[in-house]
Design a protein around this ligand. Structure first.
Ligand code: FMN
Ligand code: SF4
Length: 453
């Protein structure tokens, strides 16, 4: 499916909302629209925490840490802009819980030595938001804890740590059939690593921790480790074991009391059984949400009340994960169909668990019409919070514009060109090349020049 060329489908063609609505009707999609943008002003109460509006800035890995995993000026700059932009929920990008679990040498990594730098980051977010919107404005900050699994890199080289073989993904990464899968002992040890990282996140005063189980990283891969032997593979209870054990450990730990327990969770991998999670066992890559729902009901029992849902694998089928107009292949479906999969699939889950706060995704591609699509989801109960990924780096003020001005500006929105993703995969450091071009265009150009040489 994936090729080497940079291909454009040129799909986004909607100037006015009515044109989009016509297509939604013609294609019989589950996407809803509404012009009641006041819905974004709804506050969300979760235990002692209050999210001041229904807009989330989703995690966007910037690949800009020091070698030791601490934030740098680029990291602080990005989050200060996001905080000043007004999103009520600020979901910090993937932060590794171990050295070898990093996606690259510039991925954030929280340790005993550098947690104060993370506190500085959290303080900066909280202070900047207050300066901008007043003392009472307190965005909720969630830090995403992760082990990159098969997508680990060391010194710029791939260093996959896999829980199970998956033919399609192995082939793409050049992993041979005899490449070792990680041991149960290693996985058991990770339970402690996640706990340690959560304690540090608490010390750094983040409001909550996300135990990340999406996008094909280690915990996500385990969810579909049907063919793995031992205590973390095979039957459902084993495949969710590491994830659930981590949640239990954090929930019961004295030092972690008060932390909001959250997760970014794949509900559909888009890979055929037995390589994918949330897929039918009989019917190709058709979605089957039975197991994801079973897992979510367990998470709910364990007091996980904030879940950011997502789909796909950005390294293999990025169009399912982040619908785009320009990328390295032309998907075999219209972009709006990819958005519909995210929005409607998440809607199905929200309908099943009406009291849980699910963060939706699939909105950035709608550009200036995204507020109406987001409001449609809120109005129709398809999720409780509208999450934006790429808009957070292309247009950090998007939330303020929705809330105060009832619009997202055409000349500020993400154009889904995939240049940030290209940077992420090639040099790790990434940002918006189009709308934050003073900083990221020179980095992008340097990367391209090196490719030519
Ligand atoms: C450059 C880049 C970095 C990303 N980093 C993360 C990450 O650290 N953690 C995560 O869960 N998702 C990450 N994502 C996925 C986004 O959070 C989001 O799910 C995706 O972009 C689709 O949302 P959008 O259409 O609003 O952009 C990243 C996406 C991009 C393009
Ligand atoms: S580089 Fe900017 S405009 Fe292009 S996809 Fe990334 S965020 Fe959007």
């Amino acid at each position: 499916m994936a090729g080497n060329t940079y291909a454009s489908n040129g799909n986004f063609k909607y100037g006015h909302l009515s044109e989009l609505e016509k297509d939604i009707e013609r294609l019989e999609l589950g996407i809803k629209t509404s012009q009641n943008l006041d819905l974004f002003k709804m506050r969300i109460n979760i235990g002692n925490h209050i999210i001041p509006n229904s807009i989330a800035s989703l995690p966007m890995e910037g690949g800009d840490s020091t070698e030791e995993g601490s934030p740098t000026e680029l990291t602080y700059r990005k989050y200060e802009k996001i905080a000043r932009g007004g999103a009520g929920l600020i979901w910090i990008e993937a932060v590794s819980v171990t050295k070898e679990g990093r996606s690259n040498d510039k991925q954030l990594w929280i340790t005993e030595e550098n947690w104060m730098e993370f506190k500085k980051l959290n303080d900066l977010i909280k202070l900047s938001a207050k300066e901008e919107f007043g003392e009472n404005h307190n965005p909720i900050t969630i830090i995403q804890l992760n082990h990159s699994g098969r997508y680990c890199k060391v010194n710029g080289n791939k260093n996959p740590i896999i829980a199970t073989h998956k033919e399609l993904l192995d082939n793409k990464l050049g992993i041979s059939d005899d490449y070792p899968v990680v041991t149960d002992d290693y996985l058991r040890g990770l339970e402690g690593d996640f706990l340690k990282a959560a304690r540090l996140a608490k010390k750094a005063e983040f409001d909550g921790v996300d135990i990340k189980a999406c996008h094909g990283y280690l915990l996500s891969e385990l969810l579909s480790a049907y063919e793995r032997e031992g205590e973390y593979g095979g039957k459902f209870e084993n495949r969710i074991k590491l994830f659930i054990n981590v949640i239990d450990k954090i929930k019961e730990d004295n030092d972690c009391q008060g932390l909001l327990l959250a997760s970014r969770l794949n509900i559909y991998d888009g890979l055929p059984y037995p390589q994918g999670w949330g897929v039918s066992k009989e019917n190709g890559i058709a979605m089957d949400l039975e197991e994801p729902k079973k897992l979510i009901s367990i998470l709910v029992e364990k007091d996980v009340k904030l879940i950011s849902l997502t789909m796909g694998n950005p390294y293999f089928i990025p169009h399912i994960n982040k619908p785009y107009d320009i990328g390295d292949y032309v998907p075999d479906e219209n972009v709006i169909i990819s958005c519909n999969r995210l929005i409607s699939g998440i809607g199905d889950i929200q309908n099943t668990f009406p009291s849980i706060n699910f963060v939706g995704v699939g909105y950035s591609w709608f550009r200036h019409l995204a507020p109406y699509v987001g409001a449609g989801s809120l109005e129709n109960g398809l999720c409780k919070i509208i999450g934006f990924g790429r808009e957070s780096i292309s247009y950090p003020n998007f939330a303020r514009d929705i809330l105060d001005n009832g619009e997202m500006k055409k000349n500020r929105v993400c154009v889904s060109c995939s240049k940030c993703s290209e940077m992420k995969s090639k040099i790790s450091t990434c940002g918006c090349v189009v709308r934050d071009n003073e900083v990221y265009l020179p980095i992008y150009k340097e990367m391209k020049n090196k490719e030519i040489k």
